[in-house]
Design a protein around this ligand. Structure first.
Ligand SMILES: [Zn+2]
Length: 149
């Protein structure tokens, strides 16, 4: 996946994702990220920095751990958002950054929970201090359980 929201927002580097992820990412960008950027910064998002997509590795890189959703190309890690004027909002600094950065990142995080079954951010654990992890893992008997932390 190289772009979202009708090609207006680039994903860099391009993310290798399974088909079901693509419309969810697209909707997250169009209905959450873009409006949040306009609301908090008055400008569009031009680029999303992808920290990880497909990778054959166990969870949190622990040897012997369960294969993470990244191993199924069902997950995306996002570390930063670049605005149309070149400003860069990183999860690492912005989560506890300026008022508008905090508001933007919290809106992006909360809004992701409507599109993905798992959303993890800096409040979850130290592995996620610098990125948002979103995936479509099915949880619960009917895939109804969601994690939003
Ligand atoms: Zn991840």
């Amino acid at each position: 996946m190289v772009a979202a929201n009708g090609g207006r927002v680039r994903l860099k580097p391009a993310a290798l994702l399974r088909c079901p992820m693509i419309p969810q990412v697209d909707r997250w960008v169009a209905t959450v990220i873009e409006p949040a950027a306009r609301r908090n910064f008055g400008i569009s998002v031009a680029e999303i920095k992808v920290a990880g997509s497909y990778a054959c590795r166990p969870m949190n890189n622990k040897v012997g751990g369960n294969l993470s959703e990244h191993g199924h190309a069902n997950a995306l890690d996002v570390s930063a958002f670049v605005l149309a004027d070149g400003r860069r909002i990183t999860v690492k600094n912005g989560w506890r950054g300026s008022w508008s950065e905090r508001a933007f990142l919290r809106a992006v995080h909360k809004g992701a929970c409507a599109q993905f079954s798992t959303v993890l951010g800096p409040d979850y654990d130290s592995n996620h201090h610098d990125h948002f992890h979103v995936d479509l893992m099915r949880r619960g008997r009917c895939g109804e359980r969601r994690v939003c932390k």
